[in-house]
Design a protein around this ligand. Structure first.
Ligand SMILES: *Cc1c(COP(=O)(O)O)cnc(C)c1O
Length: 396
């Protein structure tokens, strides 16, 4: 069956990005691939399987459920759950050999107790709060934490980590402050007899900016999916974008100049033109922007001008799509599941493919995904069930 809208993910590009990252790693460090939020929208299992085949041995997710899915689909390496977990999730997480993050004393105590009941050593990572202001132990809690850990015979401290709030910014001072706090906290715990197997602090941006902070693991997500956390990083390593969303024109009509288009009639054609409809909208993650926070005066002025122009029906920075290699503007408001394009007199017909800039982490999970590997196409099922080299007949 021919899909009307779908997502293509090139797993060879993900593998190539991984190899680029590994080249920049300090000796002794390993890459922990962060595949949270369904692998940033690419498919967590598919990305993890690809990386596992490349030799990646450690993965991280936010929630226990995400970790269980990886384990059940054949990921054999370390799987760390970065976010807080709840007692109902623990037994299954431990049985499936997920490593859990502890950010408070009650969790440390309860997991140790559970380890005793299950007669296993529970592998945990201690999250240290150094300036993100989200989760983690604070410096004054460490003395008590050390006491609790010494009594916790069934816990194994696999890791100590922290997370940077401003990595990737040109000004490194805040990251340096966070790093010095981390080092001091780790030293404090060491003095109290608590040492981790691994230390890890770097996300993608810190990995590139601070090689001396690689330690045992670097937690990289953004770079794997081919994004630069900051455009200046493009000079450091060559990444490929593995992801594209596509839709077919499902309706096409020639209209005269002056035709109103879409909700609130915000758009009016300026000449005789063709309007094409594609079956994608904000319910699929199209045209959904995160809240814009100005990063300085220039940014603020840009945002103000953009909003004033919108008041007069002029859409600056309006979404564009790509049709036969040509940039095409969206006409009017993006609908829930349908979007109108002002294609001008570009030759096209119903059924033609359009490339659409969907936000990948918000892309509708119901959109079918087609995976490219070694020049062939596979459905999600092929990859998940391990039929990578079988039945490559998937077509779209
Ligand atoms: C998301 C996340 C990462 C990965 O960050 P990127 O910038 O995407 O590489 C690392 N560590 C933690 C705790 C995270 O939540």
């Amino acid at each position: 069956m021919m899909s009307k809208a779908w997502i293509e993910v090139n797993l060879d590009a993900v593998a190539a990005n991984y190899r680029e990252i590994v080249k920049l790693m300090q000796p002794g460090a390993r890459c922990m691939a962060v595949v949270k939020a369904d692998g940033y929208g690419l498919g967590a299992v598919e990305v993890a399987k690809t990386l596992q085949a490349e030799g990646c041995e450690a993965f991280a997710v936010t929630h226990v459920g995400e970790g269980l899915a990886l384990r059940r689909q054949g990921i054999t390496g370390t799987i760390l759950v970065l976010g807080p977990s709840t007692p109902e999730e623990w037994t299954e997480a431990i049985q499936e050999d997920l490593q859990l993050t502890c950010s408070e004393l009650s969790t440390v105590r309860a997991l140790s107790q559970l380890g005793e009941e299950l007669e296993v050593a529970v592998a945990v990572h201690l999250k240290l709060e150094t300036g993100m202001g989200r989760t983690g132990f604070l410096a004054p809690e460490l003395a008590q934490l050390a006491d609790v850990l010494k009594a916790a015979a069934h816990l194994r401290v696999m890791g100590m980590f922290t997370h940077f709030a401003r990595a990737g910014q040109r000004d490194h001072k805040y990251s340096e402050l966070q790093y010095s706090r981390f080092q001091a906290m780790v030293a404090d715990l060491a003095e109290r007899g608590i040492e981790p197997v691994w230390r890890h602090v770097c996300n993608s941006a810190a990995f590139l900016d601070h090689p001396q902070w690689h330690h045992d693991l670097v937690r990289v997500g953004t770079l794997l999916i081919g994004h630069y956390p900051n455009p200046s990083f493009a000079a450091r390593l060559k990444l490929q974008d593995p992801w594209s969303a596509k839709a077919r024109i499902v309706h096409l009509r020639q209209v005269p100049k002056g035709t109103f288009v879409g909700y609130q009639s915000l758009y009016r054609t300026k000449r005789e033109t063709q309007l094409a409809v594609i079956p994608l909208g904000y319910a699929d993650g199209f045209g959904v922007e995160p809240h814009l926070t100005p990063q300085g005066w220039v940014d603020l002025i840009k945002i103000i001008i953009k909003n004033i122009a919108a008041l007069f029906g002029i859409f600056l920075g309006q979404e564009t799509v790509e049709l036969h290699g040509t940039r095409i503007r969206v006409a009017g408001k993006i609908g829930m599941q349908l979007t109108v394009l002002d294609v001008g007199m570009v030759g096209c017909e119903v059924g033609d493919e359009v490339k659409v800039p969907l936000r990948r982490t918000l892309a509708n999970p119901r959109l079918p995904r087609i995976y490219h590997k070694e020049g062939r196409k596979f459905s999600q099922r092929h990859i998940q069930e391990g039929f990578l080299t079988l039945n490559p007949e998937y077509s779209n």
